[in-house]
Write a protein that binds this ligand. Structure first.
Ligand code: PSU
Ligand code: MN
Length: 310
């Protein structure tokens, strides 16, 4: 062990991220766990590359966060994206607590929202585009399965654009927890909390915001007030891609039952549920997942100071 407690972990940047940060130009962070654990290859790689293109089209530089050979990255080359994507589930899904292990063992890891936020925050990125955030799982009263995404949202000042909270989670308790931890949650142009595959969940958003200018003031206030943590921007899936609530509910119930019967738990649970729901809906949920990802990247890029329609 080195007794110097001030070691700063170097985050390796792609050339475009380095340039943008040096010039104060818009940069948005993205996670990589979805690349290996959220979608099948090669769709996963194509989706990641498309997200990057959309960010750039809207004037923001994309910084996909990941760990490769024990090194932290914000911004990957196409080759690195292909390298990780091709390995799929063989790459570890990495949370914050896994980072010291991956660093010491010089291993690869695809980072969750939590771990990606941590890496992005080291280099000063303030805006994050996710598909959805982890939360409190149903049955957490006994299983204690609470995503560390919530913990990091409570301590990293970063605005996370997501398509709401997935119905596989306990949406009500997740919202309660975020309130307890002083994390503002706002619906973008909606007062109904979106539930990822659907535009509504039956729960109200704590607040509604209609313009990017207002969101931007909110991000400044979150930082200025030193709330300590982040901000959740719930951006509903565009109507044309939204799924039928009854179809989603049925698939979720079935997927949860299957997970229970097969004893799937811990960090394997979210990827299992996503994959099972995709199977049960004949791939429809995967298409929805991709569409909402693009929609979130667009909004995050605009919020970061990029350009685009209001
Ligand atoms: N939700 C999705 N796709 C995903 C995830 C969540 O629709 O890929 C991933 C994200 O990386 C998120 C993580 O941070 O799952 C949460 O996992 P857990 O519940 O194990 O914390
Ligand atoms: Mn968990």
């Amino acid at each position: 062990m080195n007794n110097n407690t001030n070691i700063r972990y170097r985050v390796h940047l792609s050339e475009e991220v380095r340039d943008a940060l040096a010039h104060g130009s818009p940069v948005i962070a993205l996670e990589s766990s979805v690349l290996c654990h959220g979608m099948p290859y090669p769709q996963s790689v194509n989706t990641a590359l498309a997200c990057e293109r959309i960010a750039r089209q809207h004037g923001a530089v994309p910084a996909i966060c990941a760990v490769i050979g024990g090194k932290l990255y914000a911004g990957l080359t196409d080759e690195q994206i292909e390298y990780l994507g091709k390995q799929g589930k063989n790459v570890e899904k990495a949370n914050c607590r896994d980072l010291p292990i991956l660093i010491a063992k010089k291993l690869d890891g695809v980072t969750t929202v939590a771990a990606s936020m941590l890496i992005a925050s080291i280099v000063g990125i303030k805006i994050f585009a996710a598909s959805s955030i982890g939360g409190i799982h149903r049955g957490a009263q006994t299983a204690m399965d609470v995503s560390s995404d919530l913990h990091e949202l409570a301590r990293i000042p970063m605005a996370v654009v997501c398509a709401g909270i997935k119905g596989v989670l306990d949406i009500e308790r997740t919202l309660e927890y975020l309130e307890t931890m002083s994390v503002p949650v706002v619906g973008f142009r909606t007062s109904d909390m979106p539930a990822f595959y659907t535009r509504t969940s039956g729960f109200k958003t704590p607040a509604r915001v209609d313009t990017i200018a207002e969101l931007s003031t909110m991000v400044d206030a979150m930082i200025g007030l030193k709330l300590g943590g982040g901000l959740v921007i719930a951006n509903p899936i565009p109507q044309e891609y939204a799924m039928e609530p009854a179809v989603v509910d049925r698939a979720i119930e079935r997927a949860l039952r299957d997970a229970d019967e097969r004893g799937v738990s811990g960090k394997a649970l979210t990827p299992y549920l996503l994959e099972r729901i995709s199977e049960l809906t004949g791939g429809q949920s995967l298409k929805t997942n991709i569409a909402l990802m693009y929609n979130n990247v667009r909004l995050a890029a605009q919020l970061a100071g990029g350009r685009g329609e209001e």
